[in-house]
Design a protein around this ligand. Sequence first.
Ligand code: PEP
Ligand code: MG
Length: 315
Amino acid sequence: RRRERERGVSGPGRTADGHPVGLLVNLGALAELDGAAAADAEGVGLFRTEFLFLDRAEAPGQAEQTAAYRRVFEAFTGRKVVVRTLDAGADKPLPFATAADEENPALGVRGLRTATRDPELLETQLAAVAAAARGSAAEVWVMAPMVSVPREAAEFAARVRAHGLPLAGAMVEVPAAALRAGRLAEVCDFLSIGTNDLSQYTFAADRLLAPLAALLDPWQPALLDLVAATAGAGAALGRPVGVCGEAAADPELALVLVGLGVNSLSMAPSCLPAVRAALAAHTLGDCRELAELARTAADAETARTLVRRSMNAEL
Ligand code: PEP
Ligand code: MG
């Protein structure tokens, strides 16, 4: 095991020169819990809580939520769990939380916005997370989806802290949030970039529409610019910045993200080994060079090709 760690094929994520990169798993259902907990990861980087709310007429009560969260925290004793509060709306409609008559649900009352319309929904969830966190040895972080402006992040952070939960963060999924990431980072403890939605809103392209896949390619230099802006703003204030969208699971792109200044990557457990190995084979300086190459490219395809070519040349 020790030799494995030294070679970078197990243990905490590190570049070849020892720069730490948090490697975490995404968790979206209790059925995935055992597999996620068994993964060689530092914790959960994105706990999607929607599964508890789907396929039902009313929101689950506090006791039911507490029991579910407690199971997750117990499975991750001694590790970190980043709980994302309910992200209803758009691709995740819920009868009790989202309006059926919105013409553009992706631009509607979704994510944290539902909490503004129905504060009880968020209050109950935060109370359940806090109750489950009490007496658990997991390190519980709580973040909000679909934050657009700093005031939303500030209000969310205040509500999280009022429940005795010390670490409140904002997801960066909207270009406005990335452009003003410094202001967001000033009012909360960490940022987590959701590249799936950030692509959708940057390119005005529905993330579920296959014909738009080229626009949604996470190698798009414009998306990388927004990641760089967010990571730079977080670093300036000493706030950790993670990526929890699909982009984090691509080993080559993961190097670019680290080169842009991202501190942690969260992905499906099966993707961890390849990302860990890629990191272990490159220094932080290599990652920065690859990031620079990708950002100078004119388009996504060129960015990917330039990075691959450069990586092969190193070998
Ligand atoms: C994202 O948007 O990148 C993200 C991680 O959240 P979700 O895919 O659940 O919208
Ligand atoms: Mg999202």
